[in-house]
Write a protein of this length. Structure first.
Ligand code: NAP
Length: 520
């Protein structure tokens, strides 16, 4: 039998009961490790994190916690090679795609370490300025203090590293202990990273815990001051929102869910313009990085009617060059999906989109390199297209979580904006053009239905960070179907882990708070 990974909970490494769930190599189909949290007393574990981990973190200043994030990043940096091996084996990703997850996580930690260092030797944050409530000294000052609960993270399978650290960095910086529950299919990388950090002794005991395996009963342990951050499908998100403990205890919840993100080529651009080729390159990149298993990937491509054929041809020609298969083969550019279950789900999604749209580039034509198609979870990239963007409802509704996107023509800009909004709230839209005024108008129009608008003109062609790359500086999240959540965005991320209170007092008392925010 393969190794059973332990959970770190209650300040100890604990093995779950029973055989547990098996994690597999999605390319070779072999068993890798097992996870189980059966038999673990979750209530006691959560209490330990709240009490021991929370107290230790709150006893530190923001500067000290920022330095701790820097130490975590160093530990992860030192063990990077092992993480790449695990990603290849368990996620089936090529090196560049593993980097998005592994180095993306380390980079985000480093960024929060830098921002946190600037917060200073205080244990609470001031929010806004003082408002006078009387002619004399009585006034109001809002104060932000870390919540005295745990932050429970329930994460998706596509980012076992970044998905943990993009949440843990602001939580730990805020002084809130973390309990991570990674998606079972790829939990190995998350577990190894937490093990390295815990064993290096760079976080107080109870500040960082991990439970691998079933989510059953976890939410029941949530208390009023806990927070829950979920990333995954809209379906699971709906269950979580309606959970008894969440509703009864007013647990603060952040949801990052499905998203029908889009790329929009503005009118007035020709097929030989740079803006056109920038859109084509980015669409292909977004379809193929991590085999399209990115919540931010471009699922819908809007182009002026007159450029539909040219865009179909240019995107298909690039996709045809993508080599798909075993990530261990140097010739391979796109590895596999994370599991055979995801493979099945993507094949079903392709069939469903095929009812409403034409296959402009057929992924099934890609010969798989160095792997057995009956075992490997590899699929070639597929570009769909339909000239009737309005009636193809499924294209605006169904997120196929793989290397799949659909090309859609629009009549005029208002039509394009209406089509983008049919995603009912998305994480990101990117806009391509060479007229700054038109780009600015499009950005403002799309801002109400998107958490991020990525605006690309030839002037920033070489320096932009990419449609799908989530930078810690910018907000990650989106309204409506995208879950309505907000993550990252610099120090804004700390809001979720703090409680805001208005302090009404004599100005002399408020002076004391401002001069030296208290030790809780
Ligand atoms: P999922 O099935 O919803 O699973 C996500 C997480 O929830 C996993 O850890 C899963 O555990 C857990 N879970 C499942 N049922 C649960 C329940 N009843 N109560 C509590 N937790 C439960 O989603 P997925 O299929 O793994 O992830 C893919 C989806 O995530 C895609 O739709 C993608 O768009 C979305 N996603 C969004 C973002 C974003 O930032 N917006 C980022 C990445 C992915 P098990 O693995 O043990 O079942």
């Amino acid at each position: 039998m393969t190794e059973l990974l332990k959970n770190f909970i209650g300040g100890q490494w604990v093995a779950g009961n029973g055989p547990g769930a098996v994690l597999r190599d999605p390319v070779l189909g072999t068993d890798l490790v097992r996870v189980s949290r059966d038999g673990i007393d979750v209530d006691t574990a959560f209490r330990f994190a709240r009490n021991a981990g929370g107290a230790a973190l709150r006893a530190m200043t923001y500067t000290e916690r920022a330095a701790m994030l820097g130490e975590i990043a160093k530990v992860l940096q030192a063990n990077r090679d092992a993480y790449y091996d695990i990603a290849t084996a368990n996620s089936g990703t090529v090196k560049n795609d593993s980097a998005v997850d592994i180095d993306g996580g380390i980079y985000t930690l480093g960024q929060y370490a830098r921002w946190g260092a600037a917060l200073g030797e205080q244990r609470a944050l001031l929010d806004g300025t003082r408002a006078k409530l009387a002619k004399e000294g009585f006034a109001s000052q809002h104060l932000m203090v870390p919540t005295r609960g745990v932050a429970l993270f329930i994460n998706a399978f596509n980012f076992p590293s970044w998905g943990l650290w993009e949440k843990a960095a602001p939580a730990l910086l805020s002084g809130v202990p973390v309990i991570a529950k990674p998606a079972t299919a790829t939990a190995w990388l998350t577990q190894r990273m937490v093990a390295d950090v815990v064993n290096a002794g760079v976080v107080p005991v109870g500040a960082l815990s991990i439970l691998c395996g079933s989510s059953s009963g976890l939410l029941d342990a949530l208390q009023p001051f806990d927070v829950l951050s979920f990333t995954g499908s809209a379906e699971t998100a709906a269950t979580i929102r309606a959970h008894r403990a969440v509703a009864a205890n007013s647990v603060r919840v952040n949801i990052e869910a499905d998203s029908l993100n889009s790329a929009l080529l503005l009118p007035g651009v020709t097929a030989d313009a740079e803006a056109f080729s920038l859109l084509v390159k980015e669409v292909v990149r977004e379809m193929t990085v991590k085999s399209g298993q990115k919540c931010t990937a471009i699922r819908r491509i809007f182009v002026p009617e007159s450029l539909y054929d040219a865009a179909a041809e240019a995107i298909s020609a690039r996709l045809a060059k993508t080599t798909v298969g075993n990530p261990r083969n140097e010739a391979v550019r796109m590895g596999s999906l994370v599991s055979r279950e995801q493979h099945q789900s993507v094949i079903e999604g392709i069939t469903a989109l095929g009812q409403a749209a034409q296959r402009l580039h057929d992924g099934s034509q890609h010969a798989l390199v160095d792997c057995d198609p009956a075992i490997a979870a590899c699929v070639g990239p597929t570009l769909f297209g339909t000239r009737d963007a309005d009636t193809a409802d499924v294209v605006h509704r169904m997120e196929v979580f793989g290397p799949v996107s659909t090309l859609l023509p629009y009549r005029d800009l208002d039509h394009a904006f209406t089509l983008a909004r049919r995603g009912e709230g998305s994480l990101v839209a990117s806009v391509y053009g060479d007229d700054n005024a038109a780009l600015a108008r499009a950005a403002t129009e799309l801002a109400d239905s998107h958490g991020r608008v990525h605006v690309i003109s030839p002037a920033i062609a070489a320096q932009n960070t990419g449609h799908g790359n989530v930078m810690p500086h910018s907000l990650h999240g989106g309204p409506g179907r995208a879950g309505g959540g907000e993550e990252l965005g610099g120090l804004r991320a700390l809001n979720f882990y703090h409680r805001r209170a208005a302090i009404q007092a004599d100005g002399a008392v408020l002076d004391q708070i401002i001069a030296a925010p208290f030790a809780p």
